[in-house]
Ligand binder design. Structure first.
Ligand code: HEC
Length: 397
């Protein structure tokens, strides 16, 4: 089924000057729904037509700011509200850590709104235009300048517009008819489209069902990789052994490589049930230097560089008023100063009350090095002039 209606009045001009003058005249006549088609960009035509500056920059600005706001809200809500999780004592919400996403979403929203905003403002995509059916309009791509006033224009009066174009010296003036074809889809295609749309709802429906129901069967495992293997995993059960455990205890007397405790004093800090009072390894400058380095790495976070208990972790805990935090003791307290090296070694190895042990991270020698440095650190707080070698005293003021 087709019908036709008038699309508008189309006039062609042979020169740039001609179309510019005609555009000015049309604008002055107070018409609003009209357009020009030229083989190449004509300078000054926008001005003659009174085309306004595009609104696109404002759309982009609005969308860019929305992206920024979304990024800020998303990160604040996920990190500081919905799932607050302290990582390395850092604040739950701060600007610097979140700048990359803020930047990304601003750029993303701006770019997308530029692209799609341009399409929308230009009413694209447009597969067909009524002027395409006018044979002479083909010359719009070679040597003719066209101007068309649409019949939708409130001030549209075909005879007057024709007269206006003729007065401007138009080469041709014609009324363009637009054929309107029935765009309804054939019933079969319509049915197929509805059926396809219905089928498309199935996957999301399954997802929703899975989200709100429980199941006895294991979940679908599309790509098994090497996830299922005939082997025992740590902590798993096994019917192979009488005690039902897959993990076996080492055979009595087994010693793993590097774990032979041949020297009781060195490895435990004890000797015959007493804390050792002497260092069970040679003490020299290098051990002291090593101790300073290891102490600064492992202990200062809580105890502070000088051992007063003012490390970063402690500062942060005070700041957020953590109810679980036990402030570390000052390592210069009388109760700590009086401890023999073996006891300090024990504290580092096994931890004490609320302090965790560090045997896993720090090897035996390094633990002794830390004890040595700790002793020197304590000594540094209670030194007197007599501790300074004679030949150095003159240099002190
Ligand atoms: C995670 C924080 C933290 C770190 C790291 C840490 N400590 Fe402690 N330390 C504590 C706390 C807390 C206490 C007090 C424990 C209590 O009183 O419950 C403590 C107590 C001590 C004491 C006193 C023990 C006593 O008998 O009173 C010594 C000595 C000590 N730490 C040495 C060290 C050394 C050496 C290191 C580095 C290897 C270290 N700590 C690393 C938190 C820490």
């Amino acid at each position: 089924m087709t019908s036709s209606r008038v699309y508008g009045v189309l006039a062609s001009f042979t020169s740039v000057e001609g179309i510019i003058e005609a555009a000015k005249a049309v604008k002055e006549a107070g018409l609003t729904k009209w357009d020009c088609h030229t083989p190449f960009p004509v300078h000054g035509l926008d001005k003659a037509m009174g085309v306004k500056m595009t609104k696109l920059p404002w759309i982009v600005l609005g969308c860019g700011l929305s992206g920024l706001a979304l990024a800020i809200w998303l990160q604040w809500w996920t990190n500081a509200v919905d799932y607050p999780f302290i990582i390395s004592g850092k604040p739950l919400w701060s600007i610097p850590a979140n700048v990359p996403i803020m930047f990304e979403l601003t750029v993303l929203f701006s770019a997308l709104s530029t692209f799609f905003g341009m399409w929308m403002l230009n009413r694209l995509p447009r597969w067909y235009h009524p002027l395409f059916s006018v044979p002479s309009f083909r010359r719009a791509t070679s040597d003719r300048f066209f101007i068309v006033v649409e019949a939708d224009d409130p001030a549209y009066q075909a005879p007057e517009i024709k007269a206006l174009f003729e007065a401007q010296g138009a080469a041709t003036v014609e009324v363009v008819e637009e054929t309107i074809t029935n765009t309804d889809w054939p019933p079969k295609i319509k049915f197929a489209a509805w059926a396809a749309a219905g089928l498309l709802m199935l996957p999301p429906a399954f997802v929703v069902k899975a989200k709100f129901s429980t199941s006895e069967t294991p979940r679908l495992h599309l790509v098994p990789d090497m996830d299922h293997q005939p082997k025992f995993k740590a902590q798993a059960a096994s019917s192979l052994f009488a005690d039902g455990r897959a993990m076996r205890m080492p055979i009595d007397g087994t010693v793993a490589r590097g774990e032979l405790v041949a020297n009781e004093a060195l490895h435990t800090g004890f000797l015959g049930g007493e804390y050792v009072t002497e260092f069970p390894l040679p003490v020299d400058e290098f051990l002291m230097e090593r101790g300073r380095e290891r102490f600064n790495i492992y202990c200062t976070a809580c105890h502070g560089v000088s051992g007063l208990g003012d490390g970063m972790v402690n500062k942060r805990a005070q700041e957020i008023v953590s109810p679980l935090w036990v402030p570390p003791l000052s390592l210069h307290a009388e109760t700590v100063i009086s401890q023999p090296p073996g006891q300090l070694f024990q504290t580092i190895s096994k931890g004490v009350r609320n302090m965790p042990g560090y045997a896993q991270q720090i090897p035996v020698r390094d633990r002794w090095a830390i004890v040595l440095y700790l002793k020197a650190l304590q000594r540094s707080q209670s030194g007197s002039l007599d501790d300074v070698p004679l030949q150095l005293r003159n240099t002190i003021r």
